[in-house]
Design a binder for this molecule. Structure first.
Ligand code: AP5
Ligand code: MG
Length: 213
């Protein structure tokens, strides 16, 4: 099996975009804690109702709540996983190692770029609710406005936390937490860095190089 991957990077750095491609080309199972939390909010579960305000503000959800959600969606015996959006702090990095991965190996890939470009990426993002393809109205718009190129669906979602005010808070939360997480994987010798300021295809080429392809 391929190594599990931990995608680290700021909001809008391209974790979801690259994960979608890794799934279609290499069969990874994609676990985005943000997607899992949004699904709980959409189905108005107890958890969803408790976390909705936190996501709307762009703050972090309680570590143990996210860990439980991650654990029930993990199937490490049968597939290599992409962890997208987890860990978000040092405690979650420890939980991922000890509670989730155990003896399974994982490489951490840091999507590195200047945070100044991210507001444009985020406020112009649209995501197909039917098949998950991620667009950007400035850099990668669907060919027909409001229609997914891939599945023809017409539910192109503008995420509620992709407004200027929440994006500013999300970027600040990221800046406050990222260094210890990078240090954690640096110390283990499993940290790899890619230049996420390039076009999506070029970023993917670097990711493939990390995988040894
Ligand atoms: P989450 O859903 O994880 O959001 P995020 O980390 O803020 O990351 P994004 O999904 O916004 O960005 P991305 O890197 O996936 O970028 P994408 O590929 O879509 O988390 C949301 C919230 O959930 C958090 O704020 C928190 O409240 C909660 N949460 C989640 N996990 C948690 C945890 N572990 N603990 C506690 N709370 C948690 O791309 C973005 C845009 O850029 C798109 O428009 C795309 O088309 C475009 N784009 C992508 N690549 C490129 C490129 N190379 N060039 C130009 N444009 C590009
Ligand atoms: Mg994402």
């Amino acid at each position: 099996m391929r190594p599990n991957l931990i995608l680290l990077g700021a909001p809008g750095s391209g974790k979801g975009t690259q994960a979608n491609r890794l799934v279609s080309e290499f069969g990874y199972k994609h676990l985005s804690t943000g997607d899992l939390l949004r699904a709980e909010i959409a189905k108005e579960s107890d958890l969803g109702q408790r976390v909705k305000g936190v996501l709307d503000r762009g703050d972090l959800v309680d570590d143990n709540m996210v860990l439980e959600l991650l654990k029930v969606n993990c199937d490490l015996e049968n597939a290599s996983h992409i962890f997208d959006g987890f860990p978000r702090n040092n405690e979650q990095a420890r939980m991922l190692d000890e509670v989730v991965l155990g003896d399974s190996t994982a490489l951490a890939i840091y999507f590195e770029l200047d945070l100044g470009v991210l507001k444009d990426r985020l406020v112009n993002r649209r995501t197909c609710k039917d098949c998950g393809v991620i667009y950007n109205l400035l850099f990668n718009a669907p060919k027909t406005e409001g229609v997914c190129d891939s599945c023809g669906g017409t539910n192109l979602e503008h995420r509620k936390d992709d407004n200027e005010e929440t994006v500013s808070n999300r970027l600040q939360v990221f800046k406050d937490q990222v260094e210890p997480i990078l240090a954690h994987y640096e110390a283990k010798g499993t940290l790899r860095r890619v230049d996420a300021s390039q076009k999506p295809g070029e970023v993917f080429t670097e990711v493939e190089a990390v995988l040894g392809n």
